[in-house]
Design a protein around this ligand. Structure first.
Ligand code: NAD
Length: 460
């Protein structure tokens, strides 16, 4: 029997919104000590409920415990701890350096909470993708409503229980529901909307936000390419790192390697290296391995099966599935333009290899498409690296690994163009929810300098 997520009624959504507006106007979420206390409560929540979180993720995605502890709970703890350690520094007003004649004005950037914010999240990392922006909202002094995905129902139910138990209820609330509930939420006027998910729904979010001129952060996805410069890399290690990136969470990661651009004459050797990596990861095959997750829903499983049917490319690794919700990591060779695997974001464990004649062709292939969220290049040639820095555009650029940049919280994580806008991670998330308010206090003693501005004007 499938689990039934309890949706929030529209009346409760409205009263939640009204409560949070009152909280903001009362200034309750603003004091630094309050923010720090709520962050400590969040840390307590994460530490005390690790097993429950792992269990919910297992129920939703068959996510292996090791992946949940590292990528969802551990990432949450690390973000909360580091935010707690730094928030005092972040909130400090910043005195800016100016010319001498303006120094007496105390030109300052005050870090002001934007207001009441809405956080809408997807199902693939259903815990951390709520917790991470929430940490940013708390640190910025903003009351927040979380709207987790209805598809990851177990985690969304647990999030509501835990947030309401550990955090202040008049400031941080979870609204559960699907399109009807989110549509209602989007009619309300928020001070910032932080949305993570697909680009089709992002357009609905941005359109609704535009009606109120509400600023948004849009963390989207797309097809993140990998370029393997076979002549200048360790092919075996590259294959291992790429396959790990493609099979973690069964490929359901916004920054998963989507397709590989590889020199034509290196394709066979690379396939052998992938086979070797695969057999070390899952000696008995991935189906049934407790180190391998499943597809989140029947709908997404069917979407991937449809891709498998429509591609004209040949699988050289994998190709099987359990007929329920697990699909083997499947590698396709000689994939060409126009193939179904190159249409949209794959978001599953299918990996097309696209042969190219040279690096310049790879660069052109990437530039003919939307700017990806991440671009991965395996090479130790400085000139090739420089060519990618200068001739391509992507949310982030990683040399010689896949999505490990996510662990560097000091770097902004963000898309560009179709992969989204607005940044997150530690101070970047704080900044997204913070108004950088220009403030000056112009003393009357500055009058002699200002005197020239008054009419009657002097002749030039
Ligand atoms: P999803 O289907 O759960 O949708 C995301 C959210 O949008 C959910 O809360 C859902 O309730 C809401 N929603 C869905 N339809 C809606 C509608 N018609 N109106 C209003 N709200 C609606 O998740 P998804 O979009 O399938 O998530 C996967 C996508 O997210 C992929 O494209 C992936 O690349 C992207 N993603 C991006 C990041 C990032 O940080 N950049 C992280 C994870 C996932």
């Amino acid at each position: 029997m499938s689990f039934q997520l309890q949706y929030t009624s529209l009346d409760e959504i409205q009263s939640t919104y009204d409560d949070l507006q009152k909280t903001f106007r009362a200034g309750k979420a603003r004091p630094l000590a309050w923010r720090q206390h709520q962050l400590r409560q969040l840390l307590l929540m994460l530490n005390e409920n690790q097993q429950a979180i792992v269990g919910a993720l297992q129920a939703d995605l068959n996510k292996p415990a090791a992946e949940s502890l590292l990528g969802e709970v551990g990432a949450g703890i690390r973000t909360a701890e580091r935010t707690l350690a730094r928030v005092e520094e972040w909130v400090k007003p910043e005195l800016v350096a100016v010319d001498e004649w303006q120094q007496s004005w105390s030109p300052t950037i005050n870090k002001t909470p934007k207001g009441v914010v809405l956080i809408i999240s997807p199902w693939n990392y259903p815990f951390i993708l709520n917790i991470q922006p929430l940490i940013g909202a708390i640190s910025a002094g903003c009351p927040a409503v979380l709207k987790p995905s209805e598809i990851s129902a177990h985690t969304s139910a647990l999030l509501a229980d835990l947030i309401h138990k550990y955090l202040d209820n008049s400031t941080y609330r979870v609204v559960n529901g699907a399109v009807k509930e989110t549509t209602y939420l989007l009619e309300l006027k928020w001070d910032h909307i932080f949305y993570t998910g697909n680009s089709k729904v992002a357009r609905i979010i941005a359109t609704a936000a535009a009606k109120h001129l509400t600023p948004c952060t849009l963390e989207l996805g797309g097809k993140s390419p990998v370029v393997v410069d076979a002549a200048h890399t360790d092919l075996k290690l590259a294959a291992k790192r790429i396959l790990w990136g493609k099979t973690t969470n069964a490929g359901q990661i916004c920054v998963a390697p989507d397709y590989i651009l590889i020199p034509r004459d290196a394709q066979d050797a690379f396939i052998e290296a992938l086979k070797e990596a695969y057999s070390t990861f899952h000696p008995g095959g991935a189906l049934g391995s407790d180190s391998y997750g499943s597809i989140v829903s029947k709908g997404h499983y069917d979407r991937l099966q449809d891709l498998i049917k429509r591609t004209t490319a040949k699988p050289v690794i994998g190709g099987g599935s359990d007929g329920q919700r697990t699909i083997e990591p499947t590698v396709y060779r000689d994939v060409t333009q126009g193939d179904a695997l190159l249409e949209g974001e794959i978001f599953g464990p299918l990996l097309p290899l696209v042969p190219v004649d040279n690096i310049q062709e790879a660069i052109e292939f990437i530039n003919e498409r939307s700017h990806p969220l991440a671009l991965y290049v395996f090479t130790d040639d400085p000139e090739v690296k420089q060519a990618f820095v200068e001739q391509t555009l992507s949310g982030s650029l990683v040399f010689n690994d896949v999505f490990q940049h996510l662990s560097v919280g000091e770097l902004p994580f963000q898309g560009i163009g179709e992969s989204g806008y607005g940044a997150q991670h530690l101070k970047y998330t704080f900044d997204g929810f913070t108004h950088h308010r220009a403030t000056v206090d112009i003393p009357f003693s500055a009058e002699p300098i200002l005197a020239r501005r008054y009419p009657p004007y002097q002749k030039a």
